[in-house]
Design a protein around this ligand. Structure first.
Ligand SMILES: [Fe+2]
Ligand SMILES: [Fe+2]
Length: 289
């Protein structure tokens, strides 16, 4: 079984569009048994998500997808939860894609499970000593000090150092995602759902491919020393997904996206692969099962 994995198409971004169209043409022509898109297909205006899926209409095999954080970016009056649980699966269904966040798919004795995943700050760099409230607000202390609506995070607190104020990063899920839960709550919910999907399919199959948009293990994160990057690591994923996948011996591959950083490495049982597509360059990964 030939599986082709793509990720981070970001089709709403004009500079990505031509690359994605080119990649989609090549993938449809080459063909395969299964196409997997590991999240961040398109954000905000929903027609871009649909336009992106339409590019793969001639792919001859099964088509699977997980959501990414950018796929649940919504306009001011909208709700990310509704987009995640209703709008995206409906559009997938309409374009021949199976939405792994909603349930596993079994193809010829191989199960595909998947989730957008999320982050609970378990990847955060503790040596920065940045208080948790900045991660919850998704702004670095330097950015909070400069932005009126976030100054309450700095003013009146004695725990913000000058070094922390060098961190001016803003993680924009904070502005565009409304899930109605804290990041930790949502991560736990996502992990519970993935565990249920694994438990459901494991007895029926010989092998499992897991697709998780956010990084499931810390080792997949790019190593960077710059303080803004060290702060942003907290939003790259959560250890809970990798720990769960490492407990299931039938998991053969784990496919991720999100960091835009290619990676291949071994977990306890599975090979962990990040497709590594970014805004300027689109990659694909092919695995034979
Ligand atoms: Fe992305
Ligand atoms: Fe992402």
């Amino acid at each position: 079984m030939k599986v082709i994995a793509l990720a981070d198409l970001h089709y709403n971004i004009p500079r990505c569009r031509e690359h994605v169209q080119e990649q989609a043409r090549a993938v449809c022509q080459k063909g395969g048994d299964v196409l997997v898109i590991a999240g961040d297909t398109a954000s905000t205006e929903i027609h871009f998500f649909e336009d992106a899926l339409r590019l793969f209409q001639d792919f001859p095999g099964r088509k699977l997808l997980v959501s990414g954080n950018h796929d649940v970016w919504v306009l001011a009056a909208e709700d990310s939860r509704k987009r995640y649980e209703q709008t995206l699966p409906d559009i997938c269904r309409g374009h021949g894609f199976e939405y792994l966040d909603a349930g596993p798919v079994v193809i010829d004795g191989t199960a595909f499970v998947g989730t957008m995943g999320w982050y609970d700050y378990s990847f955060r760099d503790e040596s920065l000593a940045v208080p948790l409230r900045f991660y919850e607000a998704k702004v670095g202390p330097g950015a909070a000090e400069a932005l009126r609506r976030h100054q309450y995070l700095v003013n009146g607190h004695g725990d913000v150092t000058e070094a922390m104020k060098q961190i001016t990063a803003i993680w924009r899920d904070g502005q565009h995602v409304r899930l109605g839960a804290t990041d930790a709550e949502f991560t736990a919910e996502q992990a519970g759902k993935l565990q249920r999907h694994l438990d459901e399919v494991a007895p029926q199959v010989q092998q499992i491919v897991a697709v998780v948009h956010h990084l499931p293990i810390w080792g997949m994160a790019p190593q960077a020393e710059e303080p803004n990057w060290r702060f942003a690591r907290a939003f790259l994923g959560s250890c809970c997904f990798g720990e769960m996948l490492d407990r299931q011996p039938k998991v053969r591959y784990v496919l991720a996206g999100h960091s835009h950083w290619p990676h291949r490495g071994r977990g306890v049982h599975a090979e962990y692969i990040n497709v590594g597509s970014g805004y300027h360059r689109k990659h694909e990964v092919e695995v034979e099962l």
